[in-house]
Ligand binder design. Structure first.
Ligand code: PMP
Length: 462
């Protein structure tokens, strides 16, 4: 147990500001405020260095699917560190944890997936996707097929290829986009469909049609693949209309284009099936996996390679000049094995699909009566509320007001980790949550919405 004082918090904050460059952070701003120091965790709760208990409604960073403190994962890491802490999988060598994990992944993923390529993270997974799909088309004698289509406001990582696939302007402005990656608009009904009085289903077909328009603009003979998250996570938990993904599949099939499902967030039970593509009823050629594969206890990512691509790589491709020191890291693989077995043992995927996911949806839907809430969406253990200025007219706040950040500050101050994406407040809590814990989270969310509303009135912004 930590015995920490305000003094040690200040020392940590000072050292942090002095030496530590954080991801996606305004460093000067953070140095002025001081970082919050998280010192321990258990189940769905965190504690900071001041002793405050916080409900972690974001599962760390969308990854701690089984919750904190799970002994089987801790034991697996300890055992593997003693047995074989590292060996590579280059140069005709392999080891039991990587082999057993590859075998288990072939069982829990959809049937077209019999092979996995391991990486260290989701970003490396998507870099691997870019190299692998281009290699596939080379092998198939269509080297002109280089272009990969993704979506604005999608998120696929922060390496050069990952950030290029991502559709985030703020990232593209800092470092550009690698050649032959292009984007289409996201299937966001609230922004694009609702103002035109389109039903969600009709809008879903139109939004998928933007892919076909782009394919024809680029030239089908130049298009290699389409990549998307089944439910966009970092973009704001954007749950697409039910018609969207099947139509995307139809269009990819029509032009022979590879379909890639980025399952870094949606994988390993979060949407109520093992993988988000199953919830969306599509059959991708490739899947990016990470995060929930180890519940974030240690870093691991990978690409599930469907038979269409695997056969070309294996039977016709010769050497694929790609790989990482940590491809199939034994400790990470041992933890992933323990994690997946625990998900199976606790029947967590069914828990999300049949119990806690529907309960979260029901409790989230109740937020629709709040004066600040314009739209509520959820899918499995992911949820979003769109804050609006005028509920009746569905008018959004001016972005400069940063109302989402204001709400997030109230969450921070009231023991709740909830994320703000613009004015969309989102959660993705651990899958092990109980109904009582969902109730506890919802009470905190409602309190923070009320506090935000009161502050907006006080500032005369409403
Ligand atoms: N794809 C998706 C859908 C993600 O959400 C993320 C990370 N949030 C990534 C890829 C990148 O994963 P990593 O941060 O492990 O590189």
């Amino acid at each position: 147990m930590n015995t920490v004082t305000q003094e040690s918090t200040r020392q940590w904050q000072a050292a942090d500001a002095q030496h530590f460059l954080h991801p996606f952070t305004d460093h000067a701003g953070l140095a002025r405020k001081g970082a919050r120091i998280i010192t321990r965790a258990d189940n769905i709760y965190l504690w900071d260095s001041e002793g405050n208990k916080i409900l972690d409604a974001m599962s760390g960073l969308w990854c701690v699917n089984v919750g904190y403190g799970q002994q089987p994962l801790i034991d697996a890491a300890t055992r593997q560190m003693k047995e074989l802490p590292f060996y590579n999988t280059f140069f005709q060598t392999s080891h039991p944890p990587a082999i057993e994990l590859a075998e288990l992944l072939a069982q829990v993923t959809p049937p077209q997936f019999q092979h996995v390529f391991f990486t260290g993270s989701g970003s490396e997974g998507n870099d691997t996707i870019v190299r692998m799909v281009r290699r596939y088309w080379d092998i198939k004698g269509e080297p002109a097929r280089k272009v990969i289509i993704s979506r604005f406001n999608g998120y696929h990582g922060s390496t050069m290829a990952g950030s290029s696939l991502s559709g985030m302007k703020g990232m593209h402005d800092q470092g550009g986009v690698i050649p032959d990656i292009t984007h289409i608009e996201q299937p966001h009904w609230f922004e694009h469909g609702r103002p035109q009085n389109l039903s969600r289903e009709d809008f879903g077909l139109i939004a998928a049609g933007w892919l076909e328009t782009k394919i024809l603009e680029v030239g089908p003979e130049r298009v290699a693949a389409f990549i998307g998250e089944p439910v966009q996570g970092a973009g704001g938990v954007m749950v697409p209309p039910s018609t969207y993904w099947p139509e995307i599949q139809r269009i990819c099939d029509k032009y022979g284009i590879l379909l890639v499902s980025d399952e870094v967030i949606c994988g390993f039970g979060r949407t109520g099936h093992w993988f988000g593509c199953e919830t969306m009823d599509v059959k991708p050629d490739l899947m990016t996996i990470a995060k929930g594969i180890t519940s974030g206890y240690v870093p691991l990512g990978g690409v599930m390679v469907g038979e269409r691509v695997a056969r070309a790589l294996i039977d016709e491709g010769g050497e694929f000049n790609h790989g990482f020191t940590y491809s199939g890291h034994p400790v990470a693989c041992a933890v992933a094995l323990a994690n997946i077995r625990l998900i199976q043992q606790l029947d967590l995927v069914r828990h999300v699909r049949e119990d806690i996911g529907p309960y979260l949806a029901q409790r989230f839907a109740e937020l629709a009566d709040h004066p600040l809430v314009g739209e509520v969406q959820s899918c499995g253990m992911m949820g979003a509320v769109q804050l609006v200025k005028d509920k009746a007219a569905s008018t959004l706040f001016e972005p400069d007001l940063e109302v989402g950040m204001l709400c997030r500050a109230h969450c921070f101050g009231n023991g709740l980790i909830m994320r703000a994406v613009g004015d969309r407040m989102i959660v993705a809590p651990p899958l092990v949550m109980t109904r009582a814990q969902v109730d506890e989270m919802m009470a905190l969310i409602r309190r923070c919405l009320d506090l935000t509303l009161a502050e907006l009135h006080q500032r005369s912004w409403l």
